[in-house]
Design a protein around this ligand. Structure first.
Ligand SMILES: N[C@@H](CCC(=O)N[C@@H](CS)C(=O)NCC(=O)O)C(=O)O
Length: 207
Protein backbone atom coordinates (compact mmCIF):
# COMPACT_ATOMS: atom_id res chain seq x y z
CA UNK A 1 0.00 0.00 0.00
CA UNK A 2 1.11 3.57 -0.67
CA UNK A 3 2.89 5.08 2.34
CA UNK A 4 3.03 8.85 2.89
CA UNK A 5 5.32 10.48 5.44
CA UNK A 6 4.34 13.92 6.64
CA UNK A 7 2.39 15.94 9.19
CA UNK A 8 -1.09 17.05 8.12
CA UNK A 9 -0.47 20.77 8.72
CA UNK A 10 2.36 20.96 6.15
CA UNK A 11 1.30 22.75 2.95
CA UNK A 12 3.37 20.31 0.90
CA UNK A 13 1.88 17.24 2.58
CA UNK A 14 -1.61 18.71 2.17
CA UNK A 15 -1.16 18.79 -1.62
CA UNK A 16 -0.49 15.04 -1.64
CA UNK A 17 -3.33 14.15 0.76
CA UNK A 18 -5.77 16.34 -1.18
CA UNK A 19 -4.67 14.64 -4.43
CA UNK A 20 -5.25 11.20 -2.88
CA UNK A 21 -8.67 12.31 -1.61
CA UNK A 22 -9.71 13.58 -5.06
CA UNK A 23 -9.08 10.22 -6.74
CA UNK A 24 -9.74 7.99 -3.75
CA UNK A 25 -6.25 6.53 -3.39
CA UNK A 26 -5.83 4.41 -0.27
CA UNK A 27 -2.69 5.02 1.78
CA UNK A 28 -1.06 4.75 5.16
CA UNK A 29 0.22 8.06 6.55
CA UNK A 30 3.09 8.31 9.02
CA UNK A 31 3.41 11.55 11.01
CA UNK A 32 6.80 13.18 10.34
CA UNK A 33 8.27 16.67 10.55
CA UNK A 34 8.43 19.34 13.29
CA UNK A 35 7.25 17.94 16.65
CA UNK A 36 6.96 14.42 15.24
CA UNK A 37 10.62 14.19 14.22
CA UNK A 38 11.26 11.11 12.02
CA UNK A 39 12.42 13.26 9.07
CA UNK A 40 15.91 13.69 10.51
CA UNK A 41 16.55 10.01 11.20
CA UNK A 42 19.11 8.16 9.06
CA UNK A 43 16.32 5.82 7.85
CA UNK A 44 14.23 8.74 6.62
CA UNK A 45 17.22 10.55 5.10
CA UNK A 46 18.07 7.39 3.18
CA UNK A 47 14.72 7.88 1.42
CA UNK A 48 14.81 11.68 1.29
CA UNK A 49 18.25 13.24 1.86
CA UNK A 50 16.63 16.67 2.27
CA UNK A 51 15.00 15.54 5.52
CA UNK A 52 11.78 17.25 4.46
CA UNK A 53 8.18 16.08 4.11
CA UNK A 54 6.39 14.70 2.17
CA UNK A 55 8.00 11.48 0.97
CA UNK A 56 6.10 8.53 -0.46
CA UNK A 57 6.86 4.85 -0.94
CA UNK A 58 4.59 3.25 -3.52
CA UNK A 59 5.37 -0.47 -3.43
CA UNK A 60 9.10 0.21 -3.32
CA UNK A 61 9.10 3.34 -5.48
CA UNK A 62 10.32 6.19 -3.27
CA UNK A 63 9.59 9.77 -4.32
CA UNK A 64 9.93 13.21 -2.73
CA UNK A 65 9.01 16.75 -3.90
CA UNK A 66 5.31 17.39 -3.44
CA UNK A 67 4.62 18.41 -7.05
CA UNK A 68 6.45 15.39 -8.45
CA UNK A 69 4.37 13.21 -6.10
CA UNK A 70 1.09 14.86 -7.13
CA UNK A 71 1.99 14.48 -10.80
CA UNK A 72 2.96 10.82 -10.32
CA UNK A 73 -0.21 9.90 -8.42
CA UNK A 74 -2.43 11.90 -10.78
CA UNK A 75 -0.85 10.26 -13.84
CA UNK A 76 -1.06 6.78 -12.30
CA UNK A 77 -4.59 6.96 -10.90
CA UNK A 78 -6.25 9.96 -12.55
CA UNK A 79 -5.07 10.07 -16.16
CA UNK A 80 -7.72 11.85 -18.18
CA UNK A 81 -9.11 13.65 -15.15
CA UNK A 82 -6.73 14.96 -12.48
CA UNK A 83 -3.84 14.60 -14.94
CA UNK A 84 -5.09 15.75 -18.36
CA UNK A 85 -4.25 13.28 -21.14
CA UNK A 86 -3.99 16.02 -23.78
CA UNK A 87 -0.34 17.21 -23.80
CA UNK A 88 -1.29 20.88 -24.05
CA UNK A 89 -3.79 20.68 -21.19
CA UNK A 90 -1.23 18.76 -19.13
CA UNK A 91 1.45 21.39 -19.83
CA UNK A 92 -1.06 24.07 -18.81
CA UNK A 93 -1.63 22.30 -15.46
CA UNK A 94 2.15 21.91 -15.05
CA UNK A 95 2.60 25.61 -15.76
CA UNK A 96 0.31 26.62 -12.85
CA UNK A 97 2.00 24.13 -10.51
CA UNK A 98 5.40 25.56 -11.42
CA UNK A 99 4.10 29.12 -11.05
CA UNK A 100 3.11 28.27 -7.49
CA UNK A 101 6.60 26.88 -6.75
CA UNK A 102 8.69 29.58 -8.43
CA UNK A 103 6.57 32.70 -7.92
CA UNK A 104 3.74 32.40 -5.40
CA UNK A 105 5.26 30.30 -2.63
CA UNK A 106 8.38 32.49 -2.14
CA UNK A 107 5.95 35.34 -1.32
CA UNK A 108 3.48 33.27 0.70
CA UNK A 109 6.08 31.52 2.85
CA UNK A 110 7.42 34.56 4.76
CA UNK A 111 3.88 35.85 5.43
CA UNK A 112 2.84 32.44 6.78
CA UNK A 113 6.00 31.82 8.82
CA UNK A 114 6.10 35.29 10.39
CA UNK A 115 2.39 35.45 11.24
CA UNK A 116 1.82 31.83 12.25
CA UNK A 117 5.12 30.44 13.53
CA UNK A 118 6.99 33.49 14.89
CA UNK A 119 5.91 35.02 18.22
CA UNK A 120 4.51 38.59 17.91
CA UNK A 121 7.55 40.21 19.59
CA UNK A 122 9.96 38.64 17.07
CA UNK A 123 7.95 39.19 13.86
CA UNK A 124 9.54 41.00 10.94
CA UNK A 125 6.53 43.05 9.86
CA UNK A 126 8.50 44.80 7.10
CA UNK A 127 9.12 41.43 5.48
CA UNK A 128 5.45 40.48 6.01
CA UNK A 129 4.21 43.61 4.26
CA UNK A 130 6.72 43.40 1.38
CA UNK A 131 5.83 39.75 0.78
CA UNK A 132 2.09 40.36 1.21
CA UNK A 133 2.18 43.02 -1.52
CA UNK A 134 3.98 40.65 -3.91
CA UNK A 135 1.51 37.90 -3.02
CA UNK A 136 -1.38 40.31 -3.65
CA UNK A 137 0.03 40.96 -7.13
CA UNK A 138 0.16 37.18 -7.74
CA UNK A 139 -3.44 36.82 -6.52
CA UNK A 140 -4.53 39.63 -8.86
CA UNK A 141 -3.03 37.69 -11.79
CA UNK A 142 -4.89 34.54 -10.73
CA UNK A 143 -8.12 36.50 -10.23
CA UNK A 144 -7.93 37.92 -13.76
CA UNK A 145 -7.12 34.47 -15.16
CA UNK A 146 -10.18 32.98 -13.42
CA UNK A 147 -12.56 35.58 -14.88
CA UNK A 148 -13.67 33.21 -17.62
CA UNK A 149 -12.88 29.73 -16.30
CA UNK A 150 -13.82 27.70 -13.24
CA UNK A 151 -10.42 26.16 -12.59
CA UNK A 152 -6.90 27.08 -13.66
CA UNK A 153 -6.89 25.23 -16.98
CA UNK A 154 -10.58 25.52 -17.80
CA UNK A 155 -13.87 24.13 -16.55
CA UNK A 156 -12.44 20.92 -15.09
CA UNK A 157 -10.54 20.55 -11.82
CA UNK A 158 -7.02 19.18 -12.40
CA UNK A 159 -3.71 18.73 -10.58
CA UNK A 160 -2.94 22.30 -11.69
CA UNK A 161 -5.38 23.51 -9.02
CA UNK A 162 -3.79 21.64 -6.13
CA UNK A 163 -0.78 23.79 -5.20
CA UNK A 164 -2.60 27.04 -5.97
CA UNK A 165 -5.64 25.88 -3.99
CA UNK A 166 -3.48 25.58 -0.88
CA UNK A 167 -2.12 29.10 -1.50
CA UNK A 168 -5.60 30.58 -2.05
CA UNK A 169 -6.81 28.96 1.19
CA UNK A 170 -3.96 30.65 3.08
CA UNK A 171 -4.53 33.96 1.30
CA UNK A 172 -8.13 33.99 2.59
CA UNK A 173 -7.32 32.77 6.09
CA UNK A 174 -4.15 34.56 7.14
CA UNK A 175 -4.72 37.72 9.21
CA UNK A 176 -3.67 40.10 6.39
CA UNK A 177 -5.12 42.94 4.35
CA UNK A 178 -6.73 41.56 1.18
CA UNK A 179 -7.78 43.35 -1.96
CA UNK A 180 -11.23 42.30 -3.19
CA UNK A 181 -11.00 39.71 -5.96
CA UNK A 182 -14.41 38.37 -6.95
CA UNK A 183 -13.19 35.62 -9.29
CA UNK A 184 -10.70 34.39 -6.72
CA UNK A 185 -13.42 34.38 -4.06
CA UNK A 186 -15.67 32.35 -6.36
CA UNK A 187 -12.75 29.94 -7.00
CA UNK A 188 -12.17 29.50 -3.26
CA UNK A 189 -15.90 28.74 -2.80
CA UNK A 190 -15.72 26.21 -5.65
CA UNK A 191 -12.76 24.51 -3.97
CA UNK A 192 -14.61 24.50 -0.64
CA UNK A 193 -17.36 22.46 -2.29
CA UNK A 194 -14.79 19.68 -2.86
CA UNK A 195 -14.79 17.26 0.12
CA UNK A 196 -11.07 16.44 -0.18
CA UNK A 197 -10.10 20.12 -0.14
CA UNK A 198 -12.32 20.66 2.92
CA UNK A 199 -10.88 17.67 4.75
CA UNK A 200 -7.18 18.01 4.02
CA UNK A 201 -6.74 21.76 3.59
CA UNK A 202 -9.59 24.04 4.56
CA UNK A 203 -10.75 22.57 7.88
CA UNK A 204 -7.27 22.46 9.39
CA UNK A 205 -6.16 25.44 11.46
CA UNK A 206 -3.07 27.25 10.16
CA UNK A 207 -0.32 26.06 12.51
N1 LIG B 1 10.01 21.37 -2.28
C1 LIG B 1 9.63 20.45 -1.24
C2 LIG B 1 9.60 21.24 0.07
C3 LIG B 1 9.31 20.34 1.27
C4 LIG B 1 9.29 21.15 2.55
O1 LIG B 1 9.85 22.26 2.64
N2 LIG B 1 8.63 20.57 3.57
C5 LIG B 1 8.56 21.22 4.85
C6 LIG B 1 7.11 21.21 5.36
S1 LIG B 1 6.02 22.16 4.35
C7 LIG B 1 9.37 20.45 5.88
O2 LIG B 1 9.61 19.26 5.72
N3 LIG B 1 9.80 21.12 6.95
C8 LIG B 1 10.52 20.49 8.02
C9 LIG B 1 9.63 19.84 9.03
O3 LIG B 1 8.40 19.77 8.87
O4 LIG B 1 10.19 19.37 10.03
C10 LIG B 1 8.25 19.85 -1.59
O5 LIG B 1 7.49 20.50 -2.30
O6 LIG B 1 7.97 18.71 -1.18
Amino acid sequence: MLKIWGRTNSINVQKVLWCCGEIDIKYERIDAGLQFGVNNTPEYKAMNPNGLVPTINDDGFVLWESHAIVRYLARKHGLGSLCPSDPKACADADRWMDWFATTVFPNLRPVFVELVRVTPDKRNMTLVEESRKKLAANMAILDAHLANRKYVIGDAFTMGDIPLGTAVQRWFNLPIERESHKHLEAYYKRLQARPAFKQFVDLLPLT
